[in-house]
Design a protein. Structure first.
Length: 96
């Protein structure tokens, strides 16, 4: 049975799992400038954890429950932002 901190391997179902290092890319500054700092924090918090199976050497990733909640909040934050942006753009294009 896998421990609560590490999930089972999806390929061989082994519980001998090791967390692997995350490969962080440069964070897009456009995300911060366009969507705002709060949504950028939710986006970063919603990223999944990377694991490596010690038996079959298969890399895989899983989101934690907290990361899943942050992902949902990130998506829910994008919807009003997209609606607001489209209203502003239509107002500017069509004139007042």
């Amino acid at each position: 049975m896998p421990s609560p901190k590490h999930p089972a391997c999806p390929h061989c179902a082994s519980s001998d799992i090791a967390p692997s290092a995350k490969k962080y890319r440069l964070y897009p500054s456009a995300l911060v400038s366009i969507f705002g700092f709060v949504l950028a924090i939710f986006h970063r918090a919603s990223l999944s954890n990377n694991y490596l199976c010690n038996d079959c050497l298969t890399p895989f990733s899983r989101r934690s429950k907290a990361a899943g909640c942050y992902y949902a909040l990130f998506i829910l934050g994008l919807i009003p932002l997209a609606l607001f942006s489209s209203i502003i753009i239509l107002t500017l294009l069509l004139g007042r």
